[in-house]
Design a protein around this ligand. Structure first.
Ligand SMILES: Cc1cc2nc3c(=O)[nH]c(=O)nc-3n(C[C@H](O)[C@H](O)[C@H](O)COP(=O)(O)OP(=O)(O)OC[C@H]3O[C@@H](n4cnc5c(N)ncnc54)[C@H](O)[C@@H]3O)c2cc1C
Length: 455
């Protein structure tokens, strides 16, 4: 690799004096302000090997950026070597095998647009501009989760560069311990350069659920949603968001600033009159809707629908916990937190978990949280100039909700770093992960993540 130069085969090494250094060290969360010693902008597996070998030789920490979307900004390190994979973003489809080979720097939208050319899709997330690398290694919750599981459940194999600079393939046949570990274990074990992901026939049009309710009906809505999910089929995946609407031009002016509950989701498969009545209409009758745009939509449009709501260049704090019940006391904490939030644009999301993702046993992959029924995510922009106070407020929401949570587990892709959070979430899988970490990364080069210390 060359500094300030590029050949056909190699990427750039960007040092702190380079004109693109500040742009390249930025990640989605603008609160993160770290200064790597060098940024390797990789174009190939050979570049990744060079970067890892250099860091190992120099005994420097490594951070890996695929999409740069992790809330904690773990893609960028302080003083170490940052690997930027954003230009390794190709997606190729094997239609016969129904498999996509996806380079780790691809965005979810890159995957959907290629797979949909063949009427296929793989479970990813709900915002097309998120990176696949971190999302897949840490879980991956999208609208196909009920029917086809999490993104990590659909990794068939991955190519990765380990801490000793070797390129290996992991799958059910090769390096099976690592294959188990990367399905939920995050970036602890090496740099994934590409994934093979299972595809399924989806679309081109799907039934998209898109309803907005008045927040005043919150109690009734969540009680009905809880009952509904008890009998929901795998085909349905439902998310809800409590938020105050922004003064956005795509919303009617009368709705600006209004606190609402948005219920969104998808039905995967053919709907009959009976299934529509049984599974779509109840979601439209949780209360009297303010807006209801439920209907057939192109899958690729559904996957991009939330993009416009995502803040860009904002300073964000957030947290996450899994739950088994929508307990009244737990809901009251969420409601009160939202009503009294000091953060501008605060959001509380409650995602319903059902179907295939919950039928995988806790020890089948590193992703251990399999029988929770709800995922709660809180996010918001910081109070201007007060990151510390904003984080303290977010921590207080987490601490209030913790006693009601499912075994104190969090979605690691949506929570700040913390040893206790990591251990609680992996549960019994933590010990196996620590053993695998000792084999593949004994010096803990890959430490910018929800870190698993080598045993
Ligand atoms: C706007 C927005 C919407 C989101 N929506 C969803 C959603 O619908 N569903 C969902 O499940 N999650 C969602 N998330 C959370 C998302 O899963 C995480 O932000 C995830 O980290 C994104 O992956 P990334 O590649 O962009 O992460 P990055 O920030 O690039 O990486 C995060 C970490 O993952 C590891 N990592 C990343 N790439 C590699 C690699 N190639 N090899 C080894 N380790 C690697 C590293 O430890 C890195 O520090 C959303 C996040 C945002 C900001």
């Amino acid at each position: 690799m060359k500094e300030e130069a590029q050949t056909d085969k190699s990427g750039f090494i960007i040092l702190p004096n380079h004109e693109r250094y500040d742009e390249k060290r930025k990640v989605w969360n603008n609160l993160i302000d770290r200064y790597p010693a060098a940024i390797f902008e990789c174009l190939s597996e050979a570049d990744v090997i060079s970067a890892v070998s250099f860091a190992k030789k120099e005994k420097m920490d490594i951070s890996v950026r695929s999409g740069g979307h992790h809330l904690a900004g773990t893609a960028v390190c302080e003083e170490g070597v940052m690997l930027d994979l954003s230009k390794m973003n190709s997606v190729t489809i094997d239609k016969e095998r129904q498999v996509a080979t996806v380079e780790a720097g691809a965005m979810l939208g890159d995957i959907d647009s290629e797979t949909q050319k063949f009427g296929l899709a793989t479970p990813t997330g709900t915002v097309s501009e998120t990176g696949i690398g971190g999302l897949a290694l840490g879980g991956g919750f999208g609208y196909l989760r009920g029917k086809y599981g999490l993104t990590c459940d659909n990794i068939l194999s991955a190519k990765m560069v380990t801490a000793d600079g070797k390129l290996i393939k992991v799958s059910n046949d090769e390096h099976t311990d690592l294959f188990w570990a990367i399905r939920g274990g995050g970036g602890n074990f090496g740099v994934v350069t590409s994934f093979e992901l299972q595809l399924y026939p989806v679309g081109p049009n799907v039934m998209a659920i898109d309803i907005m309710y008045d927040y005043k009906d919150a109690k009734e809505i969540f009680q009905k949603l809880d009952d509904y999910m008890n009998n929901a089929p795998d085909e349905i995946s439902v998310n809800s968001i409590i938020m105050q609407l922004p003064p956005a031009p795509f919303l009617p002016e009368s709705m600006h600033g209004k606190r609402v509950i948005a219920v969104s989701g998808m039905y995967t498969g053919e709907l009959t009159h009976e299934t529509e009545k049984a599974f779509i209409e109840p979601l439209q009758e949780l209360a009297i809707p303010l807006m209801d745009n439920t209907g057939k939509t192109a899958y690729t449009d559904l996957q991009k629908k939330l993009d416009q709501m995502v803040p860009q260049g904002a300073e964000i704090v957030g947290t996450s916990l899994f739950f088994k019940e929508l307990d009244e006391a737990m809901l009251n904490i969420i409601f009160e937190s939202m009503e009294n939030s000091p953060l501008p644009m605060a959001m509380a999301q409650i995602w319903m978990l059902n179907g295939r993702m919950n039928r995988v046993s806790a020890d089948e992959t590193a992703f251990a949280v399999r029988d929770a029924r709800f995922l709660v995510l809180f996010d918001g922009e910081i109070v201007s100039g007060d990151p510390v106070g904003s984080q303290e407020w977010m921590d207080s929401v987490y601490n209030q909700l913790l006693p009601y949570s499912y075994q104190k587990t969090s979605y690691l892709n949506g929570v700040k770093l913390g040893e206790e959070i990591t251990r609680n979430t992996y549960g019994d899988n933590y010990f196996k992960l620590a053993k695998i970490k000792r084999v593949y990364d004994p010096e803990n080069l890959f430490c910018y993540n929800h870190n698993i210390a080598p045993e």
